[in-house]
Design a binder for this molecule. Sequence first.
Ligand code: NAI
Length: 336
Amino acid sequence: MKVAVFSAKPYDRKFLTAANIDHAHELVFLEARLTPETAALAGGFPAVCAFINDQLNQQTLGAIAASGTELIALRAAGFNNVDLQAASELNLTIVRVPEYSPYAVAEHAVGLILMLNRKLNKAYNRVRDDNFALDGLLGFDLHGSTVGVIGTGKIGQIFCQIMTGFGCHVLAYDPYPNPACLEMGVEYRTLPDLLATADIISLHCPLMPETYHLLDQQSLSHLKPGAMVINTSRGGLIDTKAVIKAIKTGQIGYLGIDVYEQEENLFFEDWSNTVVQDDDIQRLQSFNNVVITAHQAFFTREALTNIAKTTMISLTQFERGEACEYQIHQRQFGKA
Ligand code: NAI
């Protein structure tokens, strides 16, 4: 089947091409992001393969459906960038990769915690500069600290497991408690209780209308003063402007983010030769207790291999007219 692969980077080309050996689809790699303006590039392709910052809104979906696309294969787990209602009305099939490596994301969240706590970024630069002083690098033991996990699905569960291994007291909030987490001793609490109690809060829930700005000015005011906030899930879960204020007052003591509310026009590209116009990310970067990575939590060999394999399976199932195992059903998830 002819597939237009949007937002294709060299690593996408490498892993998708390797996984395609057993499937023999005709993959056409396009560097462009899929937006209403670039939708014409999908003309004549029955399938489109898209990534997280592709704009799968009503306008794009309408345009690609009109030019013959029937399947959208997301090489991601999250699908908050897809208008599921529009896709359903246009009879477009949407598939995703629900699980590729929960370890990749959970381990990255832990990496951010360690970096912020032990100030590894500063320590690395200091030593490179022959400055061997320790002032300003004081951290705290993770052992015995309280970690609050919001969302205990596949990634949250692994994160709980790792933090339990560190000897942390792990609390969680999730409308659907996970039996595996209960078994490892995780205590479920209400959201306000978790926010008020945890030294470290890590977000692992999806972005949906109900979770948009889950951490806003109001909820942030309940945090234990000086708490650490980690977000490897989706930028829209936190209100960036409210977070900036909370960092300035000291309500947030440390912030580690792999995702950013306005990442769509920034991440996955090199802007180092231009002046970035996004004032919020520039403000965040000015704080010495903030660490930002550019949506790389998923970026491991294992994850990319699994993403590519699952995507090929979906393309082949669709081409053969079989039920797509990884299809997103609008009735199941509502409007994302
Ligand atoms: P999952 O679907 O296995 O787990 C999500 C959990 O969130 C479920 O247990 C669900 O009950 C819970 N949840 C739903 N609504 C909630 C709410 N209002 N409050 C608290 N919890 C709620 O998803 P998985 O695989 O664990 O992924 C979680 C998120 O991680 C994804 O939605 C995606 O946004 C993000 N992600 C980020 C990546 C990165 O590279 N930074 C890569 C992959 C996923």
